[in-house]
Write a protein that binds this ligand. Structure first.
Ligand code: MSP
Length: 652
């Protein structure tokens, strides 16, 4: 199957930032995923280089538009490899073949009678580079740019967009996947419930010359959106290139909500007027804010991809944006949030799983994946195999629907299960008993095999880390050109494969050191904005935000053992499963005897900074309710969990 997927072509009036990076990472991940499904993939990105905004920016810098667009488009192109983005084609709207294609299409649509000349007066928003309808204005202003539009009256060429309105409504209604997530489909349908106006597709050269000349009237250049959207065709060689034949009917566009209208209304009607079949799907995501505030130059909180990668590493950045944003909704970026994900999901859950498992294969099986012993396989292995099969199908389904955070959740559920599998099966205990040799081999085989499948599905998300994982698993050269269908099934790792304990895959990040060492992550928020942020930490009414609460990693902990700490009346040393084994010192000795605690499922804060209490290291805290007993003394009652639930389960 072919797949054709595109990012928007970015305006070169600003340098690349987190928003551009996100759309491009998403598109790259999807294209890698479709390749893993065996597709022939074409992934295109590029830059939008015509129009008034660009001229304005060039004038500001005192250079020609040409010199200006060359410089900024080069900056975009340099960004993609830093983000491990591997596009197949990068288009610029100043490319001669694109100029030619736009002119050919204009001529064709004009000849067919769908472009006409007329006088128009309306509210023109410079920021949007288009006329806004009366209904779109809020208090007389453009809601996006917060400025009153100019009243402009001029003669221009118009595209008969209204002619295709009914067709478009029918098409969207008949194809529920055409625009997703659903909220954007509904937004478009609601917009289409009012009569559509025709689209002004020219600008007089008296006002703008930096554009593609209309082939049928030299006094006009093409409106930037009519020019820009056509990039999706030029890039695959429309009208007679073989790639056009192969890829057009499967085209999928990825955009943010800001450019929904041009993509969901202008573009399909333009395509229809050209006599082509519609693109297959439009995927619309929300906006990245920074520390809950809109990203903007004036606030000074614009997040640059290069600085992100330099600070956190490319894998953490890619994982973070894909895991953190529910595709379609807005999200907030903060350095706290990315550090928390790196430390908990990557360093703790995935990194530890990898290094523990492979270290054990090295230690107990001379580094060679041992054969599982069928006679010693039990329900734990059945559960693992089942969980991996469910993960692979869930992952595939979610990735296809652009639900990246769900796909990753599914993978991390299995990572949690594997960490618990290690603790429950304790290979270090099995290794002590020669009679358990078969069981030990089964456990080590199962871990290696599960890691192989996890590595496979993480490839599209974190290509660099996955490559290191492949090497550690001794699978160099064996994971390229494999498909999810074959390689995602249990049993693919060859017995005897030589593994090596990996060097640290994901370093734990220390926030303080980062803030001290980094010139940018802490720096860009200017003083005033930072003050606002501080205020937000705990608002005056004592309320915490969802985000702040989310920083606590609350988990179910099973108490394995409890003992008194010498010289302390208050403290007990608890050994808990979280799901890995940890020690937690709790001030509950006056309220519970050690014996009654064993086997209890309690709630623990798993990401508390380690501390020493009476010389005993404590890695967490258990939660308890405080009350006053009948004797008037304070009483603590542990918050326990009813029912059977695996230790390590998240409390949300
Ligand atoms: N040139 C047009 C697109 C033409 S496509 C035929 C344009 N360019 S843009 O540089 O403004 O890029 C807009 C796109 O950048 C958004 O749709 C989104 O993909 C990305 N983002 C820019 N800011 C963003 C956020 N703050 N958050 C998420 N993505 C955003 O519009």
């Amino acid at each position: 199957m072919p797949t054709y997927v595109t990012t928007p072509i970015y305006y070169v009036n600003a340098m690349p930032h987190l928003g551009h990076a996100y759309t491009t990472i998403v598109t790259d991940t999807y294209s890698r995923f479709r390749r893993l499904c065996g597709d022939e993939v074409r992934f295109q990105t590029g830059t939008d280089e015509h129009g008034e905004k660009i001229v304005e920016a060039a004038v500001k810098e005192g250079v020609s538009p040409r010199a200006y667009v060359d410089r900024i488009s080069a900056a975009f192109q340099a960004t993609w490899p830093q983000l491990s983005v591997a596009q197949d084609y990068t288009i610029r709207t100043t490319d001669p073949d694109h100029v030619q294609t736009v002119q050919d299409i204009l001529q064709q649509v004009y000849d067919n009678g769908d472009i006409y000349f007329s006088e128009y007066s309306g509210h023109y928003c410079q920021g949007c580079e288009r006329f806004l309808t009366e209904k779109e204005l809020v208090d007389g202003k453009c809601p996006d740019h917060q400025v009153a539009p100019k009243e402009i009256s001029e003669q221009n060429y118009f595209f008969r967009m209204s002619k295709y309105q009914d067709w478009l409504i029918d098409h969207i209604k008949a194809n529920p996947e055409y625009i997703t997530p659903e909220r954007y489909r509904n937004e478009v349908l609601s917009f289409l419930s009012e009569p559509l106006e025709d689209l002004c597709i020219s600008r007089p050269t008296s006002r703008l010359t930096w554009g593609i000349p209309l082939p049928f009237d030299e006094n006009f250049v093409t409106y930037v959106w009519f020019d820009a959207l056509i990039n999706y065709l030029t890039g695959i060689g429309y009208p007679d290139g073989s790639d056009f034949e192969k890829y057009w009917s499967v085209a999928e566009h990825v955009i943010a909500k800001d450019i929904l209208k041009p993509h969901a209304i202008y573009w399909p009607t333009m395509i229809k007027a050209m006599g082509l079949s519609p693109y297959r799907r439009l995927h619309v995501h929300g906006y990245w804010n920074v520390d809950e505030t809109k990203m903007s130059k004036s606030i000074g909180n614009v997040v640059r991809p290069k600085e992100l990668v330099d600070t956190y590493g490319v894998d953490a950045v890619r994982y973070f944006v894909l895991r953190e944003m529910s595709f379609g909704l807005d999200s907030s970026f903060s350095s706290d949030a990315i550090v928390a994900r790196q430390n908990s999901d990557l360093a703790n859950d995935l990194g530890n799983l990898f290094s523990r498992s492979l270290t054990m294969v090295v230690k107990y099986a001379a580094g060679k994946v041992p054969a599982a012993d069928p006679t010693s396989e039990g329900p734990a292995e059945a559960e693992l195999k089942n969980a991996l099969a469910t993960m692979v199908s869930g992952y595939e389904e979610h990735m296809n629907r652009f639900e990246f955070h769900r796909a990753l959740q599914a993978v991390w559920e299995v990572i949690g299960l594997l960490n618990r599998y290690i603790v429950t099966n304790a290979p270090w205990e099995l290794a002590k008993d020669p009679a358990q040799e078969g069981r030990l081999q089964t456990v080590l085989y199962s871990l290696s095999e599960a890691l192989r499948i996890i590595t496979l599905v993480l490839g599209p998300v974190m290509p660099e880390a996955a490559a290191k994982m492949v090497t550690a698993l001794g699978l160099d050269g064996r994971m390229e050109n494999v498909t999810l269908a074959e390689a995602g099934a249990w049993g693919g790792i060859q017995v005897g494969t030589q593994v090596a304990a990996p060097q640290q895959l994901f370093p734990r990040l220390d926030k303080k050191a980062l803030a001290a060492g980094s010139t940018q992550q802490a720096a860009p928020v200017k003083k005033k904005a930072r003050k606002e942020e501080k205020k937000k930490e705990i608002s005056q009414d004592g309320l915490v935000s969802f985000e702040q609460f989310g920083k606590f990693d609350l988990r179910v902990a099973e108490i394995l053992a409890a003992e008194k700490i010498a010289k302390s009346d208050r403290l007990l040393k608890l050994t808990v499963l979280l799901p890995e084994e940890r020690t937690i010192v709790a001030g509950i000795a006056e309220h519970y005897s050690p014996e009654e605690l064993v086997g209890k499922l309690v709630i623990a804060v798993a990401n508390l900074k380690p501390a020493k209490l009476m010389g005993v290291p404590s890695q967490g805290m258990v939660l308890a309710a405080k009350t006053t007993g009948e004797d008037g003394r304070e009483q603590l009652i542990l918050s326990t969990v009813a029912g059977s639930i695996a230790p390590g389960s998240k409390v949300a």
